[in-house]
Design a protein around this ligand. Structure first.
Ligand SMILES: [Zn+2]
Length: 564
């Protein structure tokens, strides 16, 4: 392609025509050329990124057609600039030049990876954006319908958590999966488009490409997941036996009669509340945003401004899930949530606000725009999950001034739920990673079967007899955050590893698993200095080593649940 001659020219010219370089822009020193590309990025692309962030926020809060249209238009503009062939050629050339200044080299590499997936045919890109947005919108407005009545997402979760009526559970579970049928065909088309784009860029498929542009490889990630599988299979089987016995008793059925709708979560990605003590009672009267505000202020990472900008409660048309977004990398950080006073939403708020502290709020303003963000999605998910776990601790609640009726029972249950949660989540992530890998590797295969085969193998949940439905397509992450889910699991490993480092270096305790951060401003200091400060100047594994002394590994994770 036309990129090769450019490359040769750039490596030869600076040495041959060094003296004449002042008047020849194409012969400038690589460092100057890099600075120019970065400056241009901050001038042209940064405003578009900010506008896209705002439009995305509005679209999710209102569900309004105009907001979605604006979001799509802004994204298309951004794609057009990032897709600029000449700009990309310059980035590629500079990325292959050994720039002496590591900060310049890092920024160029990040910009190169950002622009790489946009080098496909602009029409194809537009189709992908349009298709993705259309499906996302369907998810946003979808409500499970049971006997003519529409149920918000929180109601679906409540029934699956509380109902003892198997017929009702089944009806609600099936209704919640209906969105899969609604988006199945569009999702399949989107997958084909994504694969076409990946092949244009010489990747085997879209999954392989997504990992590469996120500085990971399929081999590396699958190896890690194979290790995790070995590490978690035995303990998971034991925990699942206990769970199944409880559930069978709860519904007055045999263990072998248990169906997916008996597991309290539409995907069995969360631990069922099988114990007599419910964690929800402690939160029934809690002011969840205020609780979180006090906690984060106490550890020296205040979030008052985030809460002020956030949209926290259910309303029609609004995205029923939760997320955090850093709009401008200058402190405009917001959370979207649909809070109901229970343990789930407390954990979710602690999670989203965990993202919010690992943002331009605490990443030094002196870092250039390009690296003034989290090191990697797995690192920010890790930080979020590290804080999320406190909602299951009676110690935490009591230290935060909330009364727990029976703290010993709460803790025993919380402890078991935490263990179950880690194990269940690790198995669920196995399904997601391997399904998405299979989905993009061979989209023509029987995907309904692939999904349920994996669910049976890794989650040990039997498919309902005769069920042949696109249940994978009801999981919104497959549409809006493709080939991303494995990062949650790697984030969990990161969370455990950072928590162990905090226990060791800050709290000076061997009890990492139950370490409390309440009122410890030195925890916030550690997070700022060892986790947030580098921004994206380091890769995810470099950051892990910088923060904890070791590369990412499952030792801390294993220690947290095998000590039971
Ligand atoms: Zn998250």
């Amino acid at each position: 392609m036309s990129r090769l001659p450019r490359l040769i020219r750039s490596t030869v010219l600076p040495t041959l025509f060094l003296l004449a370089a002042e008047t020849m822009t194409y012969a400038q020193a690589p460092a100057d050329a890099a600075r120019e590309v970065i400056f241009d990025h901050e001038q042209r692309i940064r405003p578009l990124e900010i506008a896209a962030g705002r439009a995305w926020w509005d679209a999710n809060v209102t569900g309004a057609d105009e907001a979605f249209k604006l979001k799509e238009e802004t994204e298309n503009k951004l794609d057009a600039v990032l897709g600029d062939r000449e700009r990309f050629a310059k980035l590629k050339e500079l990325d292959q030049t050994k720039l002496k200044d590591p900060l310049l080299a890092r920024q160029i590499h990040i910009l190169y990876l950002q622009a790489l997936p946009k080098q496909v045919d602009p029409d194809l890109l537009k189709q992908m954006v349009a298709r993705g947005n259309a499906i996302e919108k369907r998810f946003g407005v979808f409500r499970a319908k049971v006997e003519g009545k529409e149920l918000p997402d929180s109601e679906v979760r409540k029934i699956l958590k509380q109902s003892r009526d198997t017929d009702q559970r089944r009806a609600v579970w099936e209704a919640s999966k209906q969105v899969g049928r609604e988006v199945e065909q569009e999702l399949r088309t989107l997958v084909e488009l994504r694969n076409k784009a990946a092949r244009e860029l010489d990747f085997a498929d879209y999954h392989a490409m997504q990992l590469e542009i996120n500085e990971q490889s399929q081999d590396q990630v699958v190896r890690l997941f194979d290790d995790l599988d070995k590490l978690t299979r035995g303990p998971f089987q034991a925990a699942k036996r206990e769970i199944d016995a409880h559930l069978a008793e709860m519904y007055k059925i045999g263990v072998d009669e248990l169906q997916p709708w008996h597991y309290h979560d539409p995907y069995f990605q969360e631990a069922p509340a099988i114990y007599k003590t419910s964690l929800d009672a402690a939160y029934a009267k809690a002011d969840i945003p205020e609780l979180c505000r006090k906690f984060y202020a106490g550890i020296g990472l205040p979030i008052d401004d985030v809460l002020k900008r956030s949209d926290l409660y259910e309303k029609p048309g609004k995205n029923p899930h939760a997320f955090c977004t850093d709009i401008d990398r200058e402190g405009d950080v917001r959370v979207l949530a649909n809070i109901v006073p229970n343990e789930y939403w407390t954990g979710t708020m602690l999670h989203e606000l965990g993202h919010s502290v690992y943002s331009s709020k605490n990443i030094p303003a002196k870092l250039p725009y390009v690296v003034r963000t989290d090191a990697h999605i797995l690192a920010t998910e890790g930080v979020a999950m590290m804080f999320e776990r406190f909602s299951k601790s009676a110690d935490w609640l009591e230290q935060m001034g909330l009364s727990v009726e029976d703290p010993a029972a709460f803790d025993e249950v919380g402890e078991k739920m935490r263990r179950n949660k880690l194990l269940i989540f690790s198995r669920w992530c196995q399904v997601m990673l391997r399904f998405e890998k299979g989905l993009y590797h061979d989209p023509a295969q029987d995907l309904n079967k692939l999904w349920w085969d994996l669910v049976e193998q890794y989650q040990l949940i039997k498919r309902p007899e005769g069920r042949d439905a696109p249940d994978y397509a009801s999981k919104i992450h497959i549409v809006v955050a493709p080939a991303y889910y494995h990062n949650y699991m790697m984030g969990e490993l990161f969370a455990c590893q950072v928590n162990h480092a905090i226990a060791r270096d800050v709290l000076k305790t061997a009890e990492a698993k139950n370490a409390s951060y309440v009122g410890r401003k030195d925890v916030g200091k550690f997070m700022k200095e060892r986790v947030f400060a580098p921004g994206r100047t380091l890769t995810w594994n470099e950051l892990t080593k910088f923060a904890t002394g070791q590369e990412l590994n499952p030792k801390a994770f294993a220690a947290d649940f095998s000590a039971e």
